[in-house]
Design a protein around this ligand. Structure first.
Ligand SMILES: CSCCC(=O)C(=O)O
Ligand SMILES: [Fe+2]
Length: 201
C-alpha cells in the first residue's frame, strides 16, 4: 500500500516525478484532479509518449554540469527564465489562459522548474489527460506535436527555465491540428514506438 507524505507527494523520493490520469471534474484546474482511487502513470509510460524527464539540483543551475551536458547533448543553446507571477509577467491572466488552452508546438517544449510548482497536462495515445506535477529540480521535455497545456497549482507560483534549440519559437497551435506537420510526425513516432493504430481526432 502506498501512503502520502507531508509534501503531499505519494513518494518520498525527490527524484521521482509524479504523474496521474485526470478525473473528468470541472472544478478548479489548480487542484490535483486525481481519479478515485488515484491512477498513477510511470516514467516509462511518459517515455512511450516521448516525454523525457530529469531531476537536477535547482540551486546549482548556474554551474550545474549535468544540466550543461543535457544542453550540449540535445543542442539547447537558448535559455531564459520565466518567473510566473503577476508583478513580472505582462498580461499575466491572458498568458495563463493561453497556457491552459490545449495546443501543440512545431518544436520541443523544454521546461526546468527552479522554484514553485505547477502542472503540465499531456494527452496520452488514447487521448486521456495525464497530469504531470513539476517541482523544483524537475526538467521535462515535451515532444513537438504532443497536445498539452499548463496550469499553476494552488501554490500559485513557478519559476521556470525555458530551453530551446536555436532562435526560440513559442508559437502555439491550438487543437485541432491533425494536419500540422509536427502533429503528423508525432503520431508517426507513436505508431513506430508502440505500434498502436491511432484514430485521428
Ligand atoms: C509556463 S510554460 C508552459 C506553457 C506552455 O505550454 C507554453 O509555454 O507553450
Ligand atoms: Fe506549450
Amino acid at each position: 500500500m502506498s501512503s502520502y507524505h507531508s509534501s503531499g507527494r505519494l513518494s518520498d523520493n525527490p527524484m521521482a516525478i509524479e504523474a496521474w490520469f485526470m478525473d473528468e471534474s470541472r472544478e478548479d484546474k489548480r487542484l490535483p484532479h486525481h481519479r478515485s482511487p488515484p491512477e498513477f502513470v510511470s516514467l516509462d509510460y511518459l517515455a512511450e509518449l516521448g516525454v523525457l524527464y530529469w531531476h537536477l539540483n535547482p540551486k546549482d543551475y548556474e554551474n550545474d554540469e549535468e544540466l550543461q551536458k543535457i544542453r550540449e547533448d540535445r543542442g539547447y543553446n537558448y535559455m531564459d527564465l520565466l518567473d510566473l507571477c503577476p508583478e513580472k509577467v505582462q498580461n499575466y491572466e491572458e498568458k495563463l489562459k493561453n497556457f491552459y488552452t490545449e495546443h501543440i508546438h512545431g518544436d520541443e517544449e523544454i521546461r526546468y522548474c527552479l522554484e514553485g510548482s505547477g502542472y503540465f497536462d499531456v494527452r496520452d495515445k488514447n487521448d486521456r489527460w495525464i497530469r504531470i506535477w513539476i517541482n523544483a529540480g524537475d526538467l521535462i521535455v515535451l515532444p513537438a506535436g504532443i497536445y498539452h497545456r499548463f496550469t499553476l497549482n494552488t501554490s500559485n507560483y513557478i519559476k521556470l527555465m525555458r530551453l530551446f534549440v536555436g532562435e526560440p519559437v513559442w508559437r502555439a497551435f491550438n487543437r485541432p491540428q491533425e494536419e500540422h506537420p509536427a502533429r503528423k510526425e508525432y503520431i508517426k513516432s507513436l505508431v513506430e514506438k508502440v505500434g498502436v493504430a491511432l484514430e485521428a481526432h
